[in-house]
Design a protein around this ligand. Sequence first.
Ligand code: ATP
Length: 513
Amino acid sequence: MSGSEVGRVVLSIGSLSKTFPAQKALDDVDLVLRAGEVHCLLGQNGSGKSTLIKILAGYHSADPGATAVLNGTPMALGKAAARERSVAFIHQDLGLVAELDAVDNLALGNRYAGRWWLSGRRERRAAARLLAEFDVDIEPGRPLAAATPGQRTMVAIVRAVAATCGAPALLVLDEPTASLPQHQVEQLFGLLRKLRDRGAAILYVTHRLREVFQLADRVTVLRDGRRITTRPVGGVGGADELVRLIIGRTPAEFSPPLPSPDSEVLLSASGVRGEQVADFSTDIRAGEIVGVTGLIGSGYDQALGLAFGARRRDGGEVRLEGRAVPDGRPDRAIAAGLAYAPADRKRLSTIPQWTARENVTLPRLPAAGPARWLGGRLERREVRPWIERLDVVPADPDRLLGLLSGGNQQKLVLARWLRVDARVLLLDEPTSGVDAGAKASIYDVLAGIAARGRAVVLSSSDAEELCAVCDRVLVMRDGAVRAELAKGELSVARIVSETIRDSPDDTQEGWHS
Ligand SMILES: Nc1ncnc2c1ncn2[C@@H]1O[C@H](COP(=O)(O)OP(=O)(O)OP(=O)(O)O)[C@@H](O)[C@H]1O
């Protein structure tokens, strides 16, 4: 890109507001995106980021009065950008087909977009050229099911770029790294930098503040639907200042838990196997917070579900305080004092048509009797402190869960399991999609649980999180625990290197559903 183009205004939005029936999600927001910049859009859960993107994508309409100019031409917000061939969106659901290879996935949606997609052979050549051009190291003819999550994200980006005939003016990404391990994040950043250097404006939504300093040129912070600031990353003092800008106050200090004493074993897993797990064996002691990590395909994201009995075990034994936890009987596991929150909380365990309070208090429903409305006042009293503690927006226990932002739904379903007083709490990716302020509160709650002599085991792909919160971390490779890092040995670099060590081939990782 020629120097003169850098900084050219690609998209300028003015006076953007969005009012939902009971909620103003965006309030008079201005935003200017320039050629050759990665622009991070930051804000707490519910601050309006997705709404802004959905308006750009044409999914929602804006309130009257908003203006938008794309590449010098005025456009109607809410419809036109979606059809603009120069704008590309990467949503969290990448919209790829696992059974098809990279070439066919690239062709999906592009087949009729440009003449060069018309013949099969030329399609293949064009696809291979595109993948090579963006350094996406993937075998074009293999089903994407065999690719890593990072490779799949990159295929989705290349596909979106192809739809703009290879030169997007604007690329919009909604939390693309939410489920990527660290080294694949680096590869993705390489691709994004390449697009930026070619002159694309990149609007990037993330809750991972480290990424802001690694990747962004400028940041815009939304709070309660209003734009709080837009500034160059160099003008932000550091992560602490960014958190202050995002949550509007200094976050409560999170003090890491004390190293666990040599206490009694609460949970003991030996030889647990099933799905991609060949041998999950560990002892978890009272007062501990233990992390489990690895690459997708290593089994780290299935181990806790198997231990709990939510996934079918092929063998092995789990004991809670000496008593066997039977396979496939979540009811017995819960009764014994084990609780488990799966990663895909929204899909697996929420009822969107029920209120926030009903979703949080769900595990106690049978005791409350069949008429769930009877418990309303009690439920509100119980749920309110959690709403405050985890900064759920809007702070209304009677709001239907399905109308809350994704992150706020996550917080509430997590609250459900934090509030049941389990002896051992098993959590898959507890803070995925959760904003920085609430993350600190969740860590605090976990530390409190451990301090009461309970234990927490969490699986996470976020090495920073593991360092911040865990007493020790188990690293899984090829279906078994291959390394155990004690508190003093925990660092992002160490976790990443243990995670990828001896990994036979990146492409062996399975499809992440
Ligand atoms: N369809 C809807 N109806 C009513 N309210 C909505 C709707 N969609 C979003 N909201 C509300 O608008 C506000 C902004 O939500 P939005 O999804 O934009 O937040 P976000 O910043 O993307 O949050 P997250 O980080 O959790 O994804 C929230 O308070 C949410 O409850």
